[in-house]
Design a protein around this ligand. Sequence first.
Ligand code: AMP
Length: 291
Amino acid sequence: METIESSKIMQERCDAFRLSGQTISLVPTMGFFHDGHLELMRAGKRLADQMVVSIFVNPIQFGPSEDFEVYPRDMEGDLSKAQDVGADYIFCPSTEEMYSGGFQTIVSVQEVTKHLCGLSRPSHFEGVTTVVAKLFNTTKPHLAIFGQKDYQQLTVISRMVEDLNMGIKIVGVPTVREPDGLAMSSRNSYLSPEERESALCLKKSLDLAENLFRQEEYNAEKIIAEVEQLILSHASTEIEYVKICHSASLEDVETVEEKSLLALAVKVGQTRLIDNCLIGKTSGNVPDSNS
Ligand code: AMP
């Protein structure tokens, strides 16, 4: 495994692989690896000849009052975990490497960014699409792997790839969870033991909605009300949103159908957590640029 900090060198390596007919997968991350990240890497390894894992805590996707400065970092541990799952390259540029020299270009997806996290994090997705476009141009991947945990991000990236004819296959990997159901996230490290217990309300909410749907409750407003009640019955929780929406447009629906998206953002103490599920469908089915 080779660690590369320079965009130019990374580009040269990937150009050479393309010229020699080898396929490249990219797994973009902000590091502090857990098994969710590793599952993406296992897919990336399976699907291409060369796998690049990027580690970059991207300042332009954090709002001014968000956790960029304190975001957990562990480069040494990450390198060892990535090596164990067979990463070929770690691309870990500095902020200066990514955004120096009068940087002034933003990639912006217009519609699917208007909902869910886009409402409370206004410039977040522009930060994400801009950095991912840069990573794509640097590593020239044939396919890129993203987690369904960040469902809206996966949708936004798929849209960008299609709209800008990037010719990259976007692969979505189902959410990896702790044994008790909590979706793995680097931000779980912020939770106190009591908050960690309260955080289970997110997965319980998904299960509750799923059960209500199975009992033929199709009214989105009623399901959302029950979910909100469940969340607020847990200590230290504050709801940012509970939405049931169309799985492609992310627009609210009134009547729940199979594969409607239930998406949650909940603050537990000071920690903002998200989770989601496609109702009536427990796994699989993620947006895919080639589908
Ligand atoms: P992050 O480092 O949090 O930016 O995440 C990097 C990638 O890992 C993104 O595509 C995430 O959607 C994905 N990811 C994060 N947590 C999980 C999880 N629990 N299961 C599957 N993928 C995940």
